[in-house]
Each structure stands twice: as structure tokens, then as C-alpha cells.
Design a protein around this ligand. Structure first.
Ligand SMILES: CN(C)C(=N)NCCC[C@H](N)C(=O)O
Length: 292
């Protein structure tokens, strides 16, 4: 309960108790996503600290979890496009790493690891056969929405492990949007999209310890009201979440983060991505947003 007081007609001030304001009403917008079924998913090489090629992997469980994620988006009213998976490309399920699309302009990807390099061209061809007229492939290492997050105003751009900092200026030129570079410092959070996600315009959630001190200052300055995730939320890849402005699809283990976003008026929607996490990925990595 909060008290407000104001001057009454006589000498006595009027004091009213008012209930704490209700959380803001959040309005979802319909999205279009590109996903790739994990038909060839496995962990046969290690290019991030989550990947242990000796651990058992169930491709069928990964497929069940991916299908549940896709059906979740469809149930929420979103449109999901599907690209054909390719044998020999076990990480192709992480479609977010293969393109950044803003206002129909596509900036493709260039992977740091040779094991993933061939994915970029499959996605390039998908864009060209699906009506995208301007598809630019980057010169510099660029892991697309793994390291680029569009807030509606800025393109937040991560670097430190995968995407080359020079890819940030390339993205600014190709996409014609202001880019804010952010330095990632913890190898477990090797992509920006495991350290930060956009909840709504001008509102993000992030894990400060994944960023350099200077980048933490930038984030505080840009987003003073941000949701600050705990280490436990970050460690289950809870920040690899997808918001449509109201529903927030996130890993089932990210319970504190779910409580925090619920208090801000969002509806958490849990998904189980335990099998895909063995490769270092979560819901967002499986989801490229097509902003047409
Ligand atoms: C959530 N993240 C970090 C992603 N955006 N992508 C997941 C990529 C996983 C892949 N094994 C790799 O290491 O590239």
C-alpha cells in the first residue's frame, strides 16, 4: 500500500491509501519465425563449454522438445517457417545464428567454427527462394541473432567469443540501424542471446556478470528499468528466451526469471530444452525472427 497526500480545501491535508499500481498490461504482436528441425542433432565436436562429445545425446528427445517449442509458438498465434535440416550439420537447429532480418533486409552469417560454416549458405538459399530480395552475406565473422539483438530502436551487438567487432559496423551499414557494441566476458555466455533478451520496446532482461564493466554501464544507462537475472537463471540458459511483447517463452528451470517477468506484467511460458542445452542452445537459438 502507498499513501498519497494533497492539500484539501481547508488546512488539513487529504491523505489517501492507494493500492500499489498493477503491473502494466502487455500487448503481444504476431511474429514470424524460421526454425530448423533437429533431425541430425548430436554433439560430435566441442566449440563451447556446454558441449561434451562423450555425453549421450537423444536426437529423438531433441526433436520432441523442438516440436513442443514450435507448437508453443503456433498456439500463441505466431507463424513458423521451417528450413530443411542437412546431414552433417548437427547445429543447424540453432537457426538464430544464421541471419539477422530487419525490415526485410537480410544480413546472413559467417561462422567462427569451421564445423558450422556450411550452414550459412543453406540459409542464404532459403532466403532467396522465399522472396527476400536483399540478402547480404557478411565479410566478417558474424553469428547473427546469436550476437545481434534488435530492441526496436538499437541493434545490441555482442562480441568477445564469436562475432568479430568489425561485423558490428558491417551490420550497421547493411541494416541501417544504430548498433551498440557490448563486450561479453564469460565463456559460458559466449553469445549475446544467452546473456540478454528483449522483453518489450525499451525493456530488456540481462545477466550483468556476462558483460565487461564498461558494457554493464552502457546497459544500465540504456535500460535503467531492466530485469536483472540471477546467476542461476543464466546458468540454465534462462536468458535465451523469446518474448512477443506479452508471452515470454523460456526454459522451465528459469523460475526466478519467470517470477520477475510475471511481476512486470508478462506471461511466462515454460519449455523443456534440456537436450538442446547439451549443445549450448535454448529456445531463442532455435528461433530466428523474420522481421519483414
Ligand atoms: C544460445 N546460443 C548461444 C545460440 N544462439 N546458439 C547456440 C549455438 C550452439 C552451437 N553448439 C554453437 O556452439 O555454435
Amino acid at each position: 500500500m502507498t499513501s498519497v497526500s494533497f492539500a484539501g480545501p481547508g488546512d488539513e491535508p487529504i491523505v489517501l491509501d492507494v493500492a500499489t499500481p498493477a503491473a502494466q498490461v502487455r500487448v503481444p504482436t504476431t511474429r514470424r519465425y524460421l526454425m530448423c528441425p533437429p533431425a541430425y542433432f548430436t554433439v560430435e565436436y566441442s566449440i563451447n563449454p556446454w558441449m561434451d562429445p562423450t555425453q549421450p545425446i537423444s536426437t529423438s528427445l531433441a526433436m520432441e522438445q523442438w516440436t513442443a517449442l514450435k507448437e508453443t509458438y503456433e498456439r500463441l498465434g505466431h507463424q513458423v517457417e521451417v528450413i530443411e535440416p542437412q546431414p552433417g550439420l548437427p547445429d543447424m537447429v540453432f537457426s538464430a545464428n544464421s541471419g539477422t532480418v530487419i525490415d526485410g533486409q537480410v544480413l546472413g552469417s559467417r561462422f567462427r567454427a569451421p564445423q558450422r560454416a556450411a550452414e550459412a549458405d543453406h540459409f542464404r538459399r532459403w532466403f532467396l527462394t522465399n522472396g527476400y530480395r536483399s540478402v547480404v552475406m557478411p565479410e566478417r565473422t558474424n553469428e547473427a541473432e546469436g550476437d545481434f539483438t534488435w530492441t526496436g530502436k538499437y541493434l545490441l551487438a555482442g562480441t568477445g567469443f564469436r562475432t568479430d567487432p568489425l561485423a558490428h559496423s558491417e551490420a550497421q551499414e547493411v541494416l541501417g540501424v544504430p548498433v551498440i557494441s557490448l563486450q561479453l566476458t564469460d565463456p559460458r555466455y559466449y553469445h549475446l542471446d544467452v546473456a540478454l533478451f528483449v522483453l518489450a520496446d525499451d525493456l530488456v532482461a540481462y545477466y550483468p556478470d556476462a558483460f565487461s564493466p564498461g558494457s554493464q554501464k552502457v546497459l544500465r544507462r540504456l535500460f535503467p528499468d531492466a530485469v536483472i537475472a540471477t546467476g542461476t537463471d543464466a546458468a540454465c540458459l534462462g536468458l535465451n528466451a523469446v518474448s512477443d511483447g506479452r508471452h515470454v517463452v523460456l526454459p522451465v528451470e528459469a523460475t526466478d526469471l519467470a517470477d520477475q517477468v510475471a511481476r512486470r506484467g508478462f506471461d511466462p511460458v515454460f519449455v523443456d530444452i534440456s537436450e538442446l542445452r547439451k549443445s549450448g542452445g535454448g529456445p531463442k537459438c532455435c528461433t530466428m525472427e523474420l522481421r519483414d
